[in-house]
Design a protein around this ligand. Structure first.
Ligand code: 13P
Length: 254
């Protein structure tokens, strides 16, 4: 049985005051949700503050990206060791906003994931198709390509540490959540592909869904066999909405 995971990707939102209130709200509501792993992904500069708020709680800290290199002349990047030192356990890699707005390639994303794993930072690797790709019937091919690049560089024994996030680009921030059946179909494809590449380890990998997950949509998504939780954007900026989604995962996910 896979433990459900719900991660809140704050994207570029927040301030010290907002981070304090939001983290405190999540911590106080999380005490009765110990069957779900709850992860907060604030912007880099808020990580130390959120780490302080999460101390002594079961809520876990993560970052929204991680450098591919261990150190060096890489202006603007933050290494996996730095993130670990500040208490992060997870890092997103390959979010579609990074791919689309900042030109991150499959190869770079794979190297970011490998760098994270070398420091015992678990990568949450995002994959997903655009609207055009879906309409052209290319969803499976796109997801396979994104996965294969990562699987090429990751040591096989570390694949169980990885979280995969299926985030259809057309569902992110649009209010157009994938239907439970659409999500399940792609999650099952991802798991089958993982099984071909790394055998039984595929059953340990958590595959979470992201894209306009709201409290009223979460239960039906998390009830699907291969949907092991969620990656939440907008709804993670309100503690009550985020906790309501975590409650759905506690009841039906994993
Ligand atoms: P929304 O939940 O705002 O659609 O964002 C999803 C997302 O991109 C999470 O990483």
């Amino acid at each position: 049985m896979r433990q459900a995971l719900v991660a809140g990707n704050w994207k570029m939102h927040g301030s010290r005051a907002m981070a304090r209130a939001l983290a405190q709200g999540v911590v106080s509501g999380a005490t009765e949700l110990d069957s779900v792993e709850i992860v907060l992904l604030p912007p880099f500069v808020l990580i130390p503050q959120v780490a302080g708020e999460l101390a002594d709680s079961a809520v876990v800290l993560g970052a929204q990206n991680v450098a591919a290199a261990a150190e060096g002349a890489y202006t603007g990047e933050v290494s996996a060791a730095m993130l670990r030192e500040f208490g992060c356990r997870y890092a997103l890699v390959g979010h579609s906003e990074r791919r689309q707005l900042f030109g991150e390639t499959d190869d770079l994303i794979a190297r970011r994931a490998a760098a994270a794993l070398r420091e015992d930072l678990r990568p949450v690797i995002c994959v997903g198709e655009t609207q055009r790709e879906r309409e052209a019937g290319e969803t499976e091919a796109v997801i396979r390509r994104q996965l294969d690049e990562v699987l090429k560089v990751l040591p096989r024994e570390s694949v169980g540490q990885v979280v995969l996030a299926y985030e259809p680009v057309w569902a992110i921030g649009t209010g157009r959540t994938a239907s439970p059946e659409q999500a399940q179909a792609v999650h099952a494809t991802i798991r089958a592909h993982l099984r071909t590449a790394c055998g039984a380890l595929a059953d340990r990998v958590r595959i979470v869904y992201g894209g306009s997950v709201k409290p009223d949509k979460a239960a039906e998504l998390f009830a699907m066999a291969d949907v092991d939780g969620g990656l939440i954007g907008g709804a993670s900026l309100r503690a009550d909405d985020f906790l309501a989604i975590c409650q759905c995962a506690a009841r039906g996910g994993g």
